[in-house]
Design a protein around this ligand. Sequence first.
Ligand code: PAF
Length: 282
Amino acid sequence: MRIVKTIAEVRNQVKAWREQGLTIGLVPTMGYLHEGHASLIEASHRDNDKTIVSDFVNPMQFAPTEDLASYPRDLELDSKIVEEYGGDLIFNPEPEEMYHKNFSSFVDMTVLTQELCGLSRPTHFRGVCTVVTKLFHIVKPDRAYFGKKDAQQLAVIRHMVDDLNIDIEIIGCPIVREPDGLAKSSRNIYLSESERKSALILSKSIFLGMDMIKKGETDCNIIIQAMKKLIHTEEFAKIDYVKIVDCETMQQIEKIDRPALCAIAVYIGKTRLIDNFFTEDI
Ligand code: PAF
């Protein structure tokens, strides 16, 4: 397993693999890998001859008020995980390698990004779409793997690939949870011991919503109110949003009468966590 820092090194390796007729999977990450990322690497290793993991904390997707400087980084840990789960190459560029000083082209999606996380993070998806497009051009993979935990991101990327005729298969992989239910996230590291306990309110409300739908509830407002009521019982929790949207358009719906996404974002102290479920996965 190699770690490279430059775009030229990735391109040379990809060229050599392509000359041998090998297929390539890409797992885009911001590093500080956990079991959620490991499941993406494992899936790529299963589907492709070679797997490239990009490990880059992308400054463009953080607003000035967000946690870019404190975002956790640990390349040594990441390389162990990539190796263990079958990755072949880590691409770990410096920001200057990805964005030269005259950088001025962006990929901006106007529809799916106006809802959910896009409301409280208005420039986030422009940063994600731009860096993912660059990674797609650098690696030119056959397939790329994204976690369903970032459900809106997955929908945005699928839409972008379709809009821009990018010939890469996008694979969405299930959320990986801690044994007590908390969705794995690099940001869980920010939680104090007591906040870690409070953070369980996210998965508890997700399971409540799933259960209500399983029992036949179809009124989104009733489901959302019940989930919000549960979250409000936790004193450290502050709701950003609890919403049920159409899977494709990300627009809010009133009834569960089509494939839907129930997504939540909740602050636990200063840490903003997200969780969700797709009705088709219940
Ligand atoms: O999901 C993430 O970790 C990031 O948004 C991504 C897709 C690697 C782009 O920086």
